[in-house]
Design a protein around this ligand. Structure first.
Ligand code: 3PY
Ligand code: MG
Length: 254
């Protein structure tokens, strides 16, 4: 098992940049992995990717040093086990609202006697070729990133961050603004107050905080605010952004 680059970046106070992968073709993850992102999150919450497709997409990144992470569809030990067994170096877990949810997520990533992960790291341990090495390193290399995306999670962020094994907290701005009743209004005082509370807790607990960004302004603000795990939107948004601006050049000329 390779060292997890995210841990190294965070231990030096650095920012890890990545993007969300939702298009189920290995070419997409291969291209993104060669572009210089630190990590890719393969999204099985809102994208239609099945685990077999995700495995192929991760395999297409294996010549690079990106950190493959899977967002599971829900905080569920079966989904987390399957994500780790295909070789993810971490999971993003949606809707972690309190300490109990955070403990549940962490335990699903750990083997007994500590946790509840069933033992069968098929591709993760290279089909048995890396078995001993995998078991030796897995607990210190995996990252468990829990999502803060409701007012309840913001209220409980201190207790969520105090759970041992929570590696980072990731703000889901779409769900958080929606559950605050201000969908997509990232400049709304209620949203800013919520993210500042999460960032303050991150400093207090020495836990990196992440966020999704969709445009240059949000990205620059996220860097300035001290986020350490920043997503540059997603594969389809990047496709739209590139295609649209290039097409606009063409349209201006006719
Ligand atoms: C959200 O915004 O709700 C997410 O989960 C990630 O962007
Ligand atoms: Mg969300």
């Amino acid at each position: 098992m390779k060292p997890n680059k995210l841990k190294e970046i965070w231990s030096k106070g650095g920012i890890a940049f990545g993007t969300w992968v939702t298009i189920g073709n290995p070419d997409v993850s291969e291209i993104l992995a060669h572009l210089g992102f630190d990590w890719l999150v393969f999204d099985t919450e809102h994208a239609p990717l099945c685990m077999e497709t995700v495995q192929h997409m991760i395999q297409a990144t294996s010549g690079t040093d990106i950190v493959p992470i899977i967002r599971v569809a829900w905080n569920d030990m079966v989904l987390i086990k399957r994500a780790l067994d295909v070789g993810a170096y971490g999971v993003v877990v949606p809707w972690v609202n309190n300490k109990g949810d955070a403990i549940k997520a962490v335990k699903a990533t750990q083997y007994p006697p500590k946790g509840l992960r069933g033992t069968g790291p098929r591709r993760a341990a290279l089909y048995g070729l890396d078995r001993e090495d995998y078991f030796k390193k897995v607990e210190s290399e995996l990252v468990t990133i829990v999502q803060i995306e409701t007012p309840e999670a913001v209220k409980n962020v201190d207790e969520i961050m105090s759970v041992e094994g929570v590696s980072a907290c990731f703000i889901g701005p779409t769900d958080l603004t929606t559950s605050l009743g201000i969908r997509d209004q990232q400049n709304h005082p209620k949203f800013i107050e919520a993210i500042e509370k999460v960032l303050d807790a991150g400093k207090k607990h020495n836990i990196p905080v992440g966020i999704m960004t969709y445009n240059d302004e949000q990205l620059i603000k996220a860097i300035e605010r001290g986020f350490k795990f920043i997503s540059l939107s997603s594969d389809f948004s990047l496709l739209i952004r590139g295609a649209r601006s290039f097409l606009e050049v063409a349209k201006k000329r006719i």
